[in-house]
Design a binder for this molecule. Structure first.
Ligand SMILES: [Zn+2]
Length: 191
């Protein structure tokens, strides 16, 4: 699949919106990505994640791990494609950890995945949690890299699609200045 075919799938499921959005960070943006809207269709999730998995077959991951909640389905479907296990990390008192009795063999090769990479923060926290549990993270992946390739995790990383998305401080948002109403996606609140 090409990037534009993948983007068409996202648009078709309203998972990629163009307009004027208030992100959960408080910043404003001209584009909004909500992977849950494509991942709600298991066959589409399987297809996209298989495509992502193929980029990483050579790393020989025995485990695919993701931060909950957004990455869980991605880890599951990428692991299915690779014949690996799927684990997820969760925040406990603000710290990303492996819970639920999940464990790794010493230096077990792990691929860390996300639905969307924005700043790379939760990916970094997941890498740390896996390494603390004794695993060895060999690469990182996401369905969408909305940093446009700017995030450097110090290891091989790839996404199905890399998007350059503009973020603005509300005070100098050109979309606000143009008088376009801002929408908070995923909620009914409009501003
Ligand atoms: Zn704005």
């Amino acid at each position: 699949m090409t990037e534009s075919e993948i983007l068409d799938i996202f648009r078709k499921h309203s998972a990629l919106l163009e307009g004027h959005f208030i992100l959960s960070s408080g910043l404003h943006s001209n584009r909004y990505v909500q992977c849950a809207l494509v991942l709600q269709h298991p066959r589409v999730a399987e297809q996209l994640c298989r495509e992502l998995a193929e980029k990483f077959r050579h790393v020989g991951a025995a485990v695919v791990a993701a931060p909950a909640l957004g990455g869980v389905l991605v880890a599951h479907e990428v692991a299915r494609a690779l014949g690996a296990r799927a684990l997820f990390t969760e925040r406990q008192e603000g710290v990303m950890v492996l819970r639920r009795g999940f464990s790794l063999a010493p230096a077990e090769a792990t691929l860390v995945v996300e639905d969307v990479i924005t700043t790379g923060l939760s990916t970094r926290e997941t890498i740390q949690a896996i390494e603390q549990a004794g695993g060895k993270v060999v690469a990182a992946a996401a369905l969408i890299d909305r940093s446009g390739g700017a995030v450097d995790l110090g290891m091989p990383m790839a996404a199905l699609v890399s998007l350059q998305i503009q973020n603005y401080n509300p005070a100098d948002c050109p979309l606000c200045q143009a008088g376009i109403p801002a929408v908070k996606p995923g909620s009914r609140t409009k501003k």
